[in-house]
Every structure is written in C-alpha cells, then in structure tokens.
Write a protein that binds this ligand. Structure first.
Ligand SMILES: [Mg+2]
Length: 235
C-alpha cells in the first residue's frame, strides 16, 4: 500500500465469481437446519446474490418459524461451524473459477488498489471458503462486507468503505469502489451505492441478463486478464 493509502477498492463477490462450491452450501444447510429448528430442511430461499441474513429470514418463514434474532444467530453460528467442518468437501467438490488466481495476483501487485470481498456469505463462511482454496492471501478480509453485516447488499458497500477508512484513514469515494460479481443483485448493489461494477457471466446469469440489470461492463469470465484489466482501467 502506498504511503498515502489506497485510491481504489475492488470488492469481489465470492460464489460463482471467485469459486464454485457446487452445492456444498445446500448440503451443509440440510445438516444444520434440523439441529437449530428441529425441522428437516424443505425449501431453501437461496436466490443468487442474496445476503445470508435475507436467505435465513425467508427460509425460516418458509418453514413457519419466526426469524427472531436468537434463531437467526443460532442458524448463522451453526452454518459457520458446518462450513468449518466441510473444508475437505469444499475443496473436493468445489473449484476456483478460471482466471481468478491471475486476476487476484495481478491486482495485489498494484500499490493503490485494496482488494477485499463484498459477499452475501457470513464473514465466518466467507473466510472458510476463501481459506479452503488459499485465495485469502490476496484479500484484505477484515475490510470486506458480509451477509451478516446487513440484509441489503447495497448497504454493504458503505460498510466496507467505512472499514477501509477506519483502518487506513482514507475514505475511498464510492465511485472509486469496483464490485465484481455474477448476479443482477451485485449490479443493483453497486448502482444503488454509486459504485462501479464489472459483471461476470460465470454464474446463473447471461451477459444479456447482466446488461439488462444495468451493468455497463460485462465479461464472459475472468479468464482473460487483459480484458479484465481493460474493464478496470475504464472504471
Ligand atoms: Mg455470486
């Protein structure tokens, strides 16, 4: 980091942007949900790009359970423990998406850029997923923003900026924050918060769907580093 502090903050989404955990999350929910609620898991309100708090609230409601704070907290804690116990499963079933290593390494070499995550995952789950694959070495996780910080993904941008300011003394303007994500929710979060966004079509959404959500800059994947760098340069 330069002496005068970071000038740009790049916030990566995790699922289907950096990694694909191929259904491990659902398996873990199936294990922990009965422990917390006494009910088997039926429908999981797992829509792509939503925050974990939001998913937990709606999933509890779908099971006729009031999402009180203690219940949500117990579920979040059980989810963290469930992921912590599933690292071998994550690395066996999951994978790092093409181009991710090069992208993170390349940006890590830029003194003015700070990289972290903006994710719907809880902070504990995000850390488990990133450490399982070794991606945490490039990311400043304490200044990221997580699905247990706020239900509304757009609010996470300001939370991360606040953490950076607290850490470095530098307030990075919202327009110098770049979100990289794979869903319309990532795009909406960035646009609502006044941040930039690079959408990647490596999840469930096509280039056309991401464009319709308002993304100006869309990549098929992160595999082409020069294209990603070009997209970042024009942000
Ligand atoms: Mg995602």
């Amino acid at each position: 980091m330069a002496a005068e502090g970071p000038k740009r903050l790049v916030l990566w989404d995790i699922d289907h942007t950096l990694i694909d955990s191929r259904g491990v999350g659902r398996s873990i929910y199936e294990r922990i949900f009965p422990e917390v609620t006494g009910q088997p898991l039926g429908e999981l309100a797992m829509f792509h790009g939503r925050t974990e708090l939001d998913i937990m609230h709606d999933t509890l409601r779908l099971h006729g359970i009031e999402p009180s704070e203690p219940t949500v907290n117990r579920l979040a804690a059980a989810l963290g423990r469930g992921f912590g116990a599933a690292i071998a499963e994550l690395t066996a079933r999951g994978r790092v998406l093409p181009g991710v290593w090069q992208a993170l390494e390349s940006l890590a070499a830029e003194p003015d850029t700070l990289q972290s995550v903006l994710t719907g995952n809880t902070a504990v789950v995000a850390r488990v997923k990133l450490e399982a694959f070794g991606l945490d070495r490039y990311l400043d996780l304490p200044v990221g923003a997580y699905g247990d910080d706020h239900r509304d993904r757009a609010e996470l941008v300001a939370i991360s900026r606040g953490r950076v300011a607290h850490r470095t003394g530098v307030t990075i303007p919202a327009e110098h924050v770049v979100l990289v994500g794979d869903t319309p929710n990532d795009v909406h979060a960035a646009l609502t918060a006044g941040a930039q966004v690079i959408a990647v079509a490596t999840g469930s959404y096509s280039v056309a769907e991401l464009r319709a959500a308002g993304a100006m800059s869309i990549l098929d994947s992160l595999a082409d580093l020069p294209l990603l760098r070009q997209a970042l340069a024009t942000r």
